[in-house]
Design a protein around this ligand. Structure first.
Ligand SMILES: *Cc1c(COP(=O)(O)O)cnc(C)c1O
Length: 244
C-alpha cells in the first residue's frame, strides 16, 4: 500500500479507518446483544511506526489505548520511543509467537501476552515478570487446526497448560486466545475455541478473557463472546508479508 504524502494525511486516514472499525464493532456487539464496552480493541501495530500509534492513540474519544505487537525487538523499541514521547498510559499486548529467550524482555513492557502455548514459556515469562516487579496477564493460545507447529496448544493439552500458568508466580491466567486457521471457516473454528474456553473457565473461573477476531472475522468473534479483538490491517492498512 502506498503511504500518504504527509503526517496530516496519514492521521486522517487512520482516524477514518478507526471510525469505520468502530461502526463494525458497534454493529457486531448490537447483533450479539452485547455492550460495546465488553469488547476491548487491541490495535495491532506490528510493522507500523511509533508515529502511527501516536496518531491513532490521539485520534479522539474512541482512540484505542491497547496496542498489540508480534516481535520483541520491534515492540521494545516502539514502546520505548512512545514512552519517551510521553505516551506512558498505553497498554501493550504481545500477540505473536514467543521464544523462551525473549520472554524476559517481553515481560518488561507487555501487560498481556496472548500467545502462551507451552509450560516452559509460561515459566520463563513468569520469571521475567517477577524480575520486573509486575504481573502479566497470560492467555493460553489454543491451536484450532491441531497443528502445534503453527503456534498454540492442542485442546487436549490446554488444561495442564492452564494449570501451569495459574500456578506460575508473576502470571495471572486471564483466559484463552486463538487465530482462525487460514482457509478455515471462522464460525466453525471459533465455536471450537468457545468450547475450549468454556471448559477452561470451569476449572479457572477467573480466566474470563477470550481473545479472538482479526480484521476479517471480528464479527464472528464478537458473536462467540470475544472480549478482545486484535485488529491490524483494518486500521493501519495492508502489511508487507511478515517473514520468519
Ligand atoms: C497480525 C496479527 C493480528 C492482526 O491481524 P489483521 O488481519 O491484520 O487484523 C492479530 N493477531 C495476531 C496473532 C497477529 O499476529
Amino acid at each position: 500500500m502506498t503511504q500518504p504524502a504527509s503526517p496530516e494525511a496519514r492521521r486522517a486516514e487512520l482516524a477514518g479507518a478507526l471510525a469505520r472499525l468502530e461502526e463494525r464493532l458497534t454493529a457486531a456487539c448490537r447483533a450479539a446483544g452485547r455492550e460495546r464496552s465488553a469488547v476491548t480493541l487491541v490495535a495491532v501495530s506490528k510493522t507500523w511506526p511509533a508515529a502511527d500509534v501516536a496518531a491513532l492513540a490521539g485520534s479522539g474519544p474512541h482512540a484505542p489505548r491497547h496496542f498489540g505487537e508480534a516481535r520483541d525487538q520491534e515492540a521494545a523499541a516502539k514502546v520505548r520511543e512512545l514512552a519517551d514521547a510521553g505516551w506512558t498510559d498505553l497498554v501493550w499486548h504481545f500477540v505473536g509467537r514467543l521464544q523462551r529467550n525473549k520472554a524476559g524482555s517481553v515481560a518488561r513492557y507487555a501487560s498481556v501476552v496472548h500467545s502462551v502455548d507451552r509450560p516452559a514459556l509460561a515459566h520463563a515469562l513468569g520469571r521475567g515478570a517477577v524480575r520486573a516487579g509486575r504481573t502479566v496477564d497470560a492467555l493460553v493460545q489454543v491451536s484450532l487446526d491441531g497443528d502445534p507447529a503453527r503456534g498454540g496448544a492442542v485442546a487436549a493439552d490446554v488444561p495442564a497448560l492452564a494449570d501451569a500458568v495459574a500456578s506460575t508466580d508473576g502470571l495471572r491466567l486471564a483466559g484463552a486466545m486463538a487465530v482462525v486457521p487460514l482457509g478455515a471457516s471462522p464460525s466453525a473454528a471459533l465455536d471450537r475455541l468457545a468450547a475450549v474456553a468454556a471448559r477452561l473457565r470451569e476449572r479457572h473461573p477467573g480466566a474470563e478473557w477470550l481473545s479472538a477476531g482479526m480484521s476479517t472475522d471480528l464479527e464472528e468473534a464478537v458473536a462467540i463472546g470475544a472480549t478482545h479483538v486484535r485488529v491490524g490491517s483494518a486500521l493501519f492498512g495492508g502489511r508487507a508479508p511478515l517473514r520468519g
